[in-house]
Design a protein around this ligand. Structure first.
Ligand SMILES: N[C@@H](CCC(=O)N[C@@H](CS)C(=O)NCC(=O)O)C(=O)O
Length: 128
């Protein structure tokens, strides 16, 4: 079953049928971009300039009630219905479940320390 997809008026999609990413190149924002690229998912990116207060735009807060990037709209979410998600770990876990990539499906395997650390760590904390 599919239902109508809502998009923020200020950041209209060019391709409403693909996943929409609302983000900026910060450590938390990049986690989701890297994940989408690694998974080869088709998506459209919208710049949310947190230095200019875009994250407090009333339309953006409908995507991310805590006024933080990143967030996504997947027009083809579970059961074919649209889904809106915020919080990088929630998004990463959702994308892993959607594609079957990058995270073990098994709950116990998923909760071992290296996997949890990978999800939680900020790219800026990774030492080269
Ligand atoms: N726990 C959130 C944190 C997201 C977060 O802190 N985003 C920052 C940029 S990296 C942000 O949107 N800051 C804008 C603000 O706090 O006004 C996540 O992992 O997604």
């Amino acid at each position: 079953m599919t239902s109508k997809v809502w998009f923020p008026e200020r950041w209209p999609p060019l391709r409403p049928d693909v996943l929409q990413l609302y983000s900026l190149a910060t450590p938390n924002g990049q986690k989701v971009s890297v994940c989408l690229e690694e998974m080869g998912l088709d998506y459209e990116a919208h710049l949310i300039n947190i230095l200019q207060g875009d994250q407090q735009d009333p339309d953006y807060v409908k995507l991310s009630p805590n006024g933080k990037i990143p967030s996504i709209i997947d027009p083809k979410g579970p059961g074919g219905s649209p889904i809106i998600l915020c919080e990088s770990i929630v998004i990463l876990t959702y994308l892993a479940d959607k594609t079957g990539m990058l995270l073990p499906r098994d709950y116990a395997a998923r909760n071992v320390r290296p996997v949890r650390t990978f999800l939680k760590i900020r790219p800026g904390q990774v030492q080269r």
